[in-house]
Design a protein around this ligand. Sequence first.
Ligand code: XUL
Ligand code: CO
Length: 437
Amino acid sequence: MSYFPEVPTARYEGPSSENPFAFRHYNATEKVGNKTMAEHMRFAAAYWHVMRNGLSDPFGAPTALMPWDDGSDSLANALKRVPVFFEFLEKTTIPFYCFHDRDVAPEGATLAETHKNLDRVVDTLEAHQKATGKKLLWGTACLFAHPRYAQGAATSPSADVFSYAASQVKHALEATHRLGGSGYVFWGGREGYATLLNTNMKRELDHLATLLHLAVDHAKKIGFTGQFLIEPKPREPSTHQYDSDAAACLNFLREYGLLDSFKLNLETNHATLAGHTMEHEMEVAIAANALGSIDANRGDTLLGWDTDQFPSDLYLTTNIMLRVLKSGGFTTGGLNFDAKRRRESHEPADLFHAHIGGMDAFAYGLKAAHRIVESGKIARFVKDRYVSYDSGIGAKIESRATSLEELDKHAQAIQPPTLQSGRQEMLENIFNAQIFG
Ligand code: XUL
Ligand code: CO
């Protein structure tokens, strides 16, 4: 039985292929440097977008055609979605997936029934993973959709809501462990505030840190050795989210003694909403040795919200892969398509065009980034730009072996400093030359 009879399994056919279901650049087994494209990228599909996103928007109803789905929130319907998703993974050749507990299994009449529902679907996910070789990149708990989380989960003013969130995290973590997940993500959609008039920020931050510590402790108890991740985003749905950007997350993790246990899962559209480029966020994470994984999508510069579009911009994918290479490559992380089709792209085939295009854009970006690294021109320029710190007074500054008195004397003894050009335009030309291959 096929749920996508009109869609063939995607294959690499090269840049001149006219087949809309073929890859032009992504060739899983082709080596770029010392790793295959599949090893570099570790692509993942998001269960919530592929299976659960009906493509509604704040102004209109869902449009997506999902003939396999009866529209109910029953356990039976949840179980029916699983084989559809795995056929999708097989036909796109995507090796990993990510999920929230509530994407895969519905709430029950009681919390105990909710957890039983999850266990039942996890059995089915496990069986499909075994049969297909597909793997879980990361799992997470949805602590933002249900009305009980309207005022936060770990940062709710209610300790009982905190307990509900903790219960969900316990079971989602155990499900992730059972499925061999490489990571576990915290995205705190409601962990922030709508107004400071009713908010004790310090207590809320303490509570958020407590939940993360409890999760780390529980992971040790059950033997989960995957990577914990925080996903920064500044707002939407909250007015302000505490995990607003990479720098804010790192400060929070450092303050609460969590930096050894967590890395960051960076999402392009979240960087944009924070007023940063994705490469900025990646540089911040890399400098702290905290780049864990990536939610691959893009925003729309004309819309100030989280449009979660598929990545098709080759400058963006090249910039991202350049930083992935710079960081030494993914270990437990990967490129998760946290992206949705436009509301107008409502047919099942559009799911495939979207992911195939995203994978091709990243494959192109990887090859361009590799050429940039190989040519060494940009790295050499940056290294030479700081040469004055490699010896003499600069080396003393870097090793903090100087004083204001000594620097005062040095500055008074030399000619007024002259600067060399920053050569931004020349560097942009070098970057472009590699993008165009
Ligand atoms: C929301 C978002 C989430 C996280 C996981 O903007 O990105 O889907 O990736 O909770
Ligand atoms: Co995301």
